[in-house]
Design a protein. Structure first.
Length: 1033
């Protein structure tokens, strides 16, 4: 029974309808304006539970299963839409580049798994004389359709709709629909995208009915004239079954709201077509900031005036042009602050719901994102409806990627330096063009779509030229993008992936290339990453030709798994026994699979904000506010400000009358002068917060657009860290092994054998579980590992080769000097991996005073030949119960030297558990940079405080560092009751090295001699707060 159409490259479809824009018939104009398809009597949704049977080989599919009388009682049920791999049939396979089948195009394995679907639906007599169309929104990868035992047709191409006229196969009453879905097809070679490879009917299935004479398709271009104020409405409508003898008319009605009709006209239908071009003055334009929409209702009427067909289309008046190396939207040069988005959900896979899509776009808008690239296939049509409504620029990308040929053939020189693969083979041209044709026809009426993209990572060849030529034959109003074409003439913009900041700046300064420079993928968001975003966007805003780009990528692709022993976790490549696999490389999003934001997204919101504050003279309260909105002035924004002294607010106010025009800036004078009220020993920060005056379309409440902090004066620790308070110890005891020092409500023990501060008791309560030791390693980030499997020459590989993960501490000497009021302990030590040369030498100085204060100075001398260190600092463990954290530094979330714009300096508090960022692949996390002091206390307020002489990094967690280093999944992490504390002179930044450039030089921790000084203070119950202790030093 199984037909082998899927084997034949020349059979792209059988009996499918021509591609057209998404459109549903409605029964009345009012119903159309409401736009609820479920209320249309001409629409029937077939989503739900279907009967399902999985077969490993086409030969096993029973010949009679398509017959209505076939007994499917023993078949399973499967939800439609869904991916069958997520319901126990076969396994998901995650591979980035490598094809999951032998590479022998267009041939595929004979053992091609098949999923057979059946369901019954009812057709009543109201549809008796109508044409009934069966619509599939997305099926991976190919399928044959049967109705009542008769073959209807075949199609392929996962992410594009396929429609069939099933009228001849229907009867009134109960009908049997059978669908045969094939895991592989000849065109599988065109769908080698970087995502989970899964199968099934994963988008909606529905029926709609039309009269025999009906609207077949329409093209509505809603552009702007040269003034960008007046609309140009250009409409072309095709009908089916209509000839000139019918004397039919087409009524076009344009509504600004569901009740406000602003224009209407009636057209004769000639040769089955109707056309109209009309200017409308002073339209409300559409853009990402003010997404003004209109509704066009199209009605086909008979010669007697009877309404035969009614359709509705959302339109937005806007233009997109390329001039002088810039992209102009409505005549305004726009910077694109975008993301790449896959259809992905931790439970549903590709089968994202309308609610899932709404959640995505709301979250994007709440983080100042204004563009989405539909990587690497057309998204569900509802996604573009949401983008129209909420304001999101879209790059619609063809369902085309042949990346695996790069892996198998290497790079061949075809003038651009891209792999040839199959993009130059004439026999593949039709399949390439089919991808462009179906995309552009389906989505041509969506105002949010600004660009067409020819696909992704498929080299460049004549077949791409054919795609572009076809698109331009249909639509000349949108530029064409394709990264792999480089600077070839076929594209309207030059696009790149993962350039360095220096490369971006160099492109901005080029004079020989007049097209815009667009970064379609950059700032790779894998794990704890997304370093130096600020430097990228500083360059983008500096140069006109740099029009922005899209972060890779929106969401982690982890799939939910659960186990009685392991609990719940997100799985990645290889976790299902899938081969081939690229392991964790699918865990590279700005949000977790369940859409909890990563800290990189918080940083992105800050960096790309449509407002920028610059310090003019912070001491006198003079700042510059720049409006980076493209179309909005700032009258919808309130500005609040706070002046902080040592992290505490001493003055605050607001500016309610901002009226700065788009792309303009003004100086703002705030009512204070630190030269009059400031204290020389204090730190001062000016915080500014910009919030909407009322809820935005994408929020339920007042929305914070941007926050900024200006460091006016950072005093550092004024006191000499070895200052002697001249307070006597109440007891000093020493033996061969230990030194005991006792004072009022404290006791300190120093281990002379191991050269560590091993015990600090405050009010008789032991605070330390393990003493202070030097620390030079961090749990490698994904960027440290570089890529999905890691390489020997990556930073983490070099660190392991140098033995930084297995250093042994050797104490060379311990020298103790006692004075009347102070004990000075000096420890000389070195660090090396077994069988290797010395990597570090350290000298630790401890100055212990009679009031319990311990001044620490750590001198480090790196001896290893390595360009980059993970960290330099100390670590220790505190006893169980010390998990009340306070700190004065950046917060509340994690921050690093190159990822800290969104974390303002202030005084924060929380529990230790709350500081841990649970990355799907455990790694370095939770760091707080630019910290002045931090404290850990028990529930009674007893603990210790650490104060940096200048500034420090720190992190705390209830996990061992070794466990964090070795774990590959969160279920492998074993929480401990003690608190691991890491205090650092510094860490290397994060960079973008998992797929992109390393850290910028300014953020690299180099192996040079350093001195790290800090103070340890006991915190007594009901005594001075940390803020007072900090300034009393």
């Amino acid at each position: 029974m199984v037909k082998d159409y899927w084997k034949d490259l020349n059979i792209l479809s059988k009996n499918t309808l021509d591609p057209h824009g998404t459109s549903i018939p409605f029964g009345s104009v009012g119903q159309a304006l409401k736009g609820d398809r479920l209320e249309s009597k001409y629409f029937m949704l077939l989503n739900g539970l279907w009967k399902f049977k999985y077969f490993n080989h086409p030969a096993y599919v029973p010949e009679t299963y398509v017959m209505p009388e076939y007994d499917d009682a023993l078949w399973d049920t499967l939800p439609v839409p869904s991916n069958w791999q997520l319901h126990g049939y076969d396994v998901p396979v995650y591979t980035n580049v490598a094809y999951p089948i032998p590479v022998d195009p267009p041939n595929i394995p004979e053992a091609n798994p098949v999923g057979c679907y059946r369901r019954v639906f009812l057709v009543d007599s109201t549809w008796k004389d109508l044409k009934t169309v069966l619509h599939f929104g997305g099926v991976s990868i190919a399928f044959t359709v049967y109705v009542n035992g008769k073959e209807v047709g075949y199609s392929q191409g996962s992410h594009m709709p396929s429609e069939f006229d099933i009228t001849p196969y229907l009867h009134i009453g109960e009908n049997c629909l059978s669908v045969e879905v094939y895991k592989w097809a000849a065109t599988s070679y065109l769908e080698d995208q970087d995502y989970w490879r899964m199968s099934g009917i994963f988008r909606e299935v529905y029926l709609y009915a039309t009269q025999k004479k009906h609207i077949k398709d329409y093209r509505i271009q809603s552009l702007l004239d040269a003034t960008y104020k007046n609309g140009i409405l250009d409409v072309e409508i095709d009908t089916e079954g209509v000839d000139d003898h019918d004397a039919m008319t087409m009524v076009l009605a344009l509504y600004e709201t569901s009740t406000q009709l602003i224009w209407e006209t009636s057209l004769d239908v000639t040769h089955g077509k109707a056309k109209q071009k009309h200017n409308i003055e002073n339209v409300k334009t559409w853009n990402a900031e003010t997404p003004n929409l209109y509704q066009m209702v199209i009605s086909l009427k008979s010669g007697s005036g009877e309404v035969i067909d009614i359709r509705r289309q959302t339109i937005g008046f806007r233009s997109v042009q390329i001039q002088n190396g810039q992209v102009l939207v409505n005549g305004v040069s726009v910077k694109f602050k975008g993301v790449n988005r896959h259809d992905t959900h931790p439970e549903r896979g590709y089968a994202v719901t309308r609610g899932d899509m709404l959640e995505d776009i709301l979250l994007m808008k709440q983080h100042n994102i204004n563009m989405v690239r539909s990587s690497h296939y057309p998204n569900d049509p509802y996604w573009y409806e949401l983008c129209n409504i909420y304001g999101m620029y879209c790059m619609d990308e063809a369902d085309l990627e042949t990346h695996g040929f790069v892996r198998n053939e290497g790079i061949a020189n075809n003038g651009i330096g891209q792999a040839l693969g199959i993009n130059h083979l004439k026999e593949w041209e039709a399949a390439f063009v089919d991808r462009a044709k179906r995309m552009v026809h389906r989505d041509k009426n969506q105002p949010s779509i600004l660009f067409w993209s020819l696909g992704n990572e498929s080299g460049y060849g004549p077949n791409h030229d054919a795609m572009a030529a076809y698109i331009r034959s249909v639509d000349t109003t949108r530029p064409i993008h394709y990264e792999s074409a480089g600077e070839a003439a076929v594209v309207d913009m030059v696009s790149v992936m993962y350039p360095s900041v220096d490369t971006v700046i160099a492109e901005g300064e080029r004079k020989d290339e007049k097209r815009p420079y667009f970064i379609c993928e950059f700032i790779h968001s894998m794990g704890n990453s997304m370093g130096n975003q600020q430097e990228y966007f500083d360059a983008i805003y500096k140069y006109d030709r740099l029009v922005g780009g899209c972060i890779w990528e929106w969401a982690d692709h982890g799939l939910s798994r659960q186990d009685e022993q392991k609990g719940s976790w997100f799985a990645y490549g290889g976790d299902f026994g899938d081969e081939p696999n690229d392991l964790k490389f699918c865990i590279d999003g700005m949000v977790y699979p369940d859409r909890r934001p990563h800290t990189g997204l918080m940083e992105f919101k800050q960096v790309i904000a449509p407002i920028k504050v610059t310090d003019i003279d912070g001491k006198k309260g003079i700042i510059n506010v720049e409006n980076r909105y493209d179309f909005l002035d700032l009258t919808h924004i309130n500005m609040h400000w706070e002046l902080l002294e040592d992290g505490q607010v001493i003055l605050k106010g607001s500016v309610d009358d901002l009226s700065i025009l788009p792309h303009h800036a003004e100086d703002i004078h705030l009512p204070y002068n630190l030269e009059e009220i400031g204290k020389i020993e204090c730190d001062y920060h000016l915080n500014t917060y910009f919030t909407s005056k009322k809820p935005m379309i994408f929020t339920d409440d007042i929305y914070e657009v941007y926050r900024h902090q200006i460091e006016i004066k950072a005093s550092g620790l004024i006191a000499n860290v070895r200052h002697n308070e001249k307070i006597y110890f109440s007891s000093e005891k020493e033996n061969r092994f230990e030194l005991h020092l006792t004072g009022k409500d404290f006791e300190i023990i120093f281990d002379k054998v191991y050269g560590v501060l091993s015990s600090i008791k405050v009010e008789g309560i032991e605070t330390l579980e393990e003493g202070l030791t030097e620390n030079f390693f961090r749990a490698p980030t994904d960027n440290d590992e570089k890529g999905w499997v890691g390489r020997e020459d990556c930073p983490a590989g070099l660190w392991r080769k140098a033995g930084l993960d297995k250093l042994r501490r050797n104490v060379k000497s311990v020298e103790i000097k006692k004075s009347e009021h102070q004990v000075h302990i000096q420890v000389e030590a070195n660090f090396a991996k077994t069988s290797e040369y010395i990597a570090f030498e350290t000298t630790m100085h401890y100055y212990i005073q009679g009031n319990g204060r311990i001044d620490v100075a750590m001198a480090t001398r790196p001896l290893l030949e390595i360009d980059l260190l993970p960290r330099i600092g100390v670590m220790f463990k505190m006893k169980s119960g010390f998990d009340q954290l306070r700190w004065y530094g950046r917060g509340p979330h994690e921050s690093y030297s190159d990822k800290k714009e969104s974390a303002l300096v202030g005084i924060y508090q929380g529990r230790v558990d709350d500081q841990f960022e649970p990355y799907i692949i455990p790694q370095e996390n939770g760091n707080k940079t630019d910290t002045r002091w931090q404290s850990l206390m028990d529930e009674n307020g007893v603990g210790i405080m650490i104060v940096a002489k200048e500034q420090m990094d720190f992190s705390v967690m209830h996990y061992d560092l070794k466990n964090l280093v070795e774990a590959t999944h969160t279920y492998e992490l074993k929480q401990v009751p003690e608190t691991l504390v890491m205090i650092d002179y510094g860490q290397s930044g994060l960079g973008n090295g998992s797929c992109g450039p390393d850290q910028l030089e300014a953020y690299k921790l180099k192996p040079k001699n350093t001195v790290f000084e800090f103070v340890i203070l006991p915190i007594h119950k009901n005594k001075e707060k940390e803020e007072s202790l900090y300034r009393s030093l």
